[in-house]
Design a protein around this ligand. Structure first.
Ligand code: ADP
Ligand code: MG
Length: 399
């Protein structure tokens, strides 16, 4: 994999960078700019090298056509503030405005192209369609730098096909992400503990199969824990449950037992009658969630248990909040997990946080990001990495 410095002198050269600027928005206000900040090292480096920097990125899920609410305009403003260099937003993705903006770039200036997903070819399953967009992008630049870790698991025009069209390099962020995840997966210092949670249950169950051959301990929180409790024969009230996954989970429990992998399940649960910030919360034993109540966080005994199971770990991967941390009453589990990881990291463990909401939780709950060894910007990408899958956007750089 070529690095940016392997591309040679970039002064005056047009460098197309794929960044991940898919930030959460409230109207036009960016509520968490973590992904923009994570992109800065690569962009600063290119600006300082005197390159003409052209950034392509996506925001949200537009349906292959321009939509005001998915404009990158708020990102352009924030990026200019953080970068301290001029950032001009093109009015289109690859049209006249994009071409003109790029043509007008001075050395060390930045052009941001409009949301690449305004062009349906970006995510097309038809190779020729993606290739034609990649050709259009390639016509704007001399080099390509892949730095959107959140999308490297996607076979998309601005991520995958473009790397075949221009001399390409891996960006600083993607390099750091890959190196950190490799530390946690190739030959992890032991004990190796993985904390899983969040609400994308079926997405995340897939990773468990692979982890059962690698990790020493799996701590299960968040929405997926109820499928585990159901697999043990407990009733889970109205909690999040993937009924069609119960048999898969039963299989995981058996394999874990065979492989000597410890599956740590909560012993108590904080439940409420509805999914609401001010719903009346009570603590119940994990094997007796009453009908009509839903589990929204792991209970205080479980928080202690999780902290203890993290305390002597030497490698920790965390993906998915332990509870509905957005509501104060149900943030304790996530806070305890984050604190446990910070403490273990201070004691010498290597820790990786993956998952957009987990990373946001770290910041929202007021933890110092420096307390973790690495906070990944890519949820799906980091999960696929942990699953042992090949990431197209990385593989193409190696080709
Ligand atoms: P990540 O982005 O870190 O991968 P997910 O997207 O899978 O995590 O899930 C994050 C969401 O999971 C959070 O918004 C949180 O409120 C929710 N969540 C956590 N625990 C539960 C639960 N017990 N029931 C419902 N939702 C939950
Ligand atoms: Mg998420």
């Amino acid at each position: 994999m070529k690095k940016i410095e392997d591309l040679g002198d970039l002064r005056g050269k047009r460098v197309l960078v794929r960044s991940d600027f898919n930030v959460p928005l409230d109207g036009s206000t960016i509520t968490d700019d973590g992904r923009i900040r994570a992109a800065l090292p690569t962009l600063k480096g290119l600006v300082d090298a005197g390159a003409k920097v052209i950034i392509t990125a996506h925001l949200g899920r537009p349906k292959g056509a321009p939509e005001d609410k998915y404009s990158l305009a708020p990102v352009a403003l924030r990026l200019e503030e953080l970068l301290g260099a001029k950032v001009t937003l093109a009015k289109d993705t690859i049209g006249d405005s994009a071409k003109e903006t790029v043509a007008n770039l001075a050395d060390g200036e930045v052009a941001l192209l409009e949301n690449i997903r305004f062009d349906a070819r970006e995510t097309s399953k038809v190779d020729e369609e993606r290739e034609s967009l990649a050709d259009d992008l390639a016509a704007l630049a001399d080099f390509y730098v892949s730095d959107g870790f959140g999308v490297v698991h996607r076979k998309q025009a601005s991520v995958y096909d473009i790397a075949k069209k221009l001399p390409s390099a891996v960006g600083t962020l993607v390099l750091k992400e890959v190196e950190s995840l490799k530390m946690a997966t190739d030959s992890p210092a032991r004990p190796y503990a993985v904390v899983l949670g969040g609400s994308k249950v079926s997405d995340k169950l897939g990773v468990i199969g692979n982890l059962l051959g690698k990790a020493d301990r799996l701590l299960i929180g968040g929405g997926m824990l109820f499928t585990f409790l159901a697999a043990k024969g407990y009733s889970v009230g109205s909690s999040l449950l993937e009924e069609d996954q119960i048999d898969t989970v039963k299989g995981y429990l058996e394999t874990a037992e065979k492989n000597g992998v410890e599956i740590v399940l909560p012993v108590d649960i904080i439940v409420a009658p509805e999914f609401k910030a001010d719903a009346p919360a009570t603590i119940v034993a994990a094997d007796s969630i009453p009908d009509g109540q839903m589990g929204l966080d792991i209970g205080p005994e479980s928080q202690k248990l999780f902290a203890e199971k993290l305390s002597d770990a030497k490698t920790i991967v965390w993906n998915g909040p332990a509870g509905v941390f957005e509501f104060d009453a149900f943030a304790g589990g996530t806070r305890a997990v984050a604190q446990g990881i910070v403490d273990a990291t201070a004691a010498g463990a290597f820790s990786v946080v993956g998952g957009g909401d987990s990373a946001a939780a770290v910041r929202i709950l007021g933890f110092d990001e420096a307390g973790f060894s690495h906070i990944s910007t890519g949820g799906g990408a980091s999960l696929e990495f942990l699953e042992g899958k090949e990431l197209p956007g990385i593989a193409i750089l190696d080709a």
